[in-house]
Design a protein. Structure first.
Lengths: 244, 244
């Protein structure tokens, strides 16, 4: 059976995350259902990883096998004509039989958006975390630098996540600012559950001067979730790109 | 009774426009109801002008009179605690008794956003007009220049709008481009019904090479709505600022 790879953009606001589950709309289910309708057979979609409820993506990647003669570009058009307005297939490609959206991934890039203003903003309110008090962005930039490199991210992993290892390598961790809009970019060879949101929640504690930039080193070494900051809200998080 | 002026941001997606009407949620009604709750008396809100169903604002302005001792900044906080997440009062100020949000306005600035890409984009889909075919932005910029100055905008006014005069002075009409995102800015001493959306619809006809940039002059002179292009969708339009 031919294998296909798709790049997906979605607005996660109205979904219970990526992974199919009974009784709740998910991204995986919406795409699998559309695919099954097109190729007239059940299709299993393998994502590069799960995204949580309310998290967005501009470059999620997934693969599937389907017994079809349809060309990838025809599949792409057919999918987009069936999918709701909050999901779009950006591209559909033929994939090698050994390509695997999760296992073949070399790294992933996430971004996290914050609106740092005394007032909430109605326009775009589903795409950022609103923080009223002015944040110390210089301190947050210093703190962010501590995340690059290979570390045990146990302190930034959701509790109760069984993993063989919580060691990951972060190749990029930086803030970009545009007036009241702060965006955090982080790229790593893999992410633990809630890792980006826990890192952002901790960086915001630094921005509020409740933690010092150099505390990050100590928190990493502690491997203790209780030492890090709270989990940032889902709505500011975007899966930007998966690199293979 | 003291007079107050408020600057309002709203996401118009879920409203039937600005103006109060029976049986349909409107921005005016939402704010009047919140005000009445705070000052315990009916309040009439006078906007700088109406916005249509689905149109957004980051700087709508309105005034009201209320028999209250509350300071403007207290009113602002009270309003924002009552208003839904898609409306926010950006500021509340004391106004002179002869200030009138509509009559005192010297000019208004609108923007209109287009996503020019072969695919729709789920993220931010309520804030732009999606156009698939590549637009000729150079031609659109040339065409836009024809709108500046004092003209009779009869050809760009919604049919059946009775007006003493359709002459307006446009002080700014320009495109800004950022990759696939095109934004049109237009400032004038006043706008006719659907004027911005009709101008954008016509500029897009130029961008599709169905009209030449110099056709704008002819269309303006015709004062004939039938000569201009279609009305652009509401969702790309933002009332940015009212100048007094």
């Amino acid at each position: 059976m031919p294998r296909f790879c798709i790049i997906i953009e979605y607005d996660g606001t109205n979904y219970f995350g990526w992974q199919r589950q009974p009784g709740a709309p998910t991204i995986q289910e919406a795409i699998e259902d559309a695919l099954a309708h097109i190729v007239r057979q059940p299709v299993v979609l393998h994502g590069s990883g799960r995204t949580d409820s309310g998290v967005h993506a501009t470059g999620q990647c997934a693969h599937f096998d389907a017994d079809t003669n349809l060309a990838p570009e025809v599949l792409e058009k057919a999918l987009n004509s069936l999918l709701p307005q909050d999901i779009v297939i950006r591209s559909c490609l033929s994939a090698a039989s050994d390509f695997h959206a999760r296992k073949s991934a070399k790294s992933k890039l996430y971004s996290y958006s914050i609106l740092n203003h005394r007032q909430r903003s109605p326009v775009g309110r589903f795409y950022c975390w609103h923080i009223v008090k002015p944040l110390d962005i210089t301190a947050m930039e210093k703190a962010a630098a501590h995340f690059t490199g290979t570390h045990d991210f146990g302190a930034f992993e959701a509790k109760g996540s069984p993993r063989s290892s919580s060691v990951r390598t972060v190749t990029q961790a930086k803030w970009e600012t545009d007036g009241q809009h702060l965006t955090f970019f982080i790229e790593a060879n893999g992410f633990l559950r809630h890792m980006v949101r826990n890192i952002v929640g901790t960086l915001v504690e630094v921005g509020r001067n409740r933690l010092a930039p150099d505390d990050i080193q100590r928190i990493l070494e502690s491997k203790d979730r209780g030492q890090a900051g709270p989990t940032a809200p889902a709505k500011g998080l975007f899966l930007r790109q998966v690199h293979y």
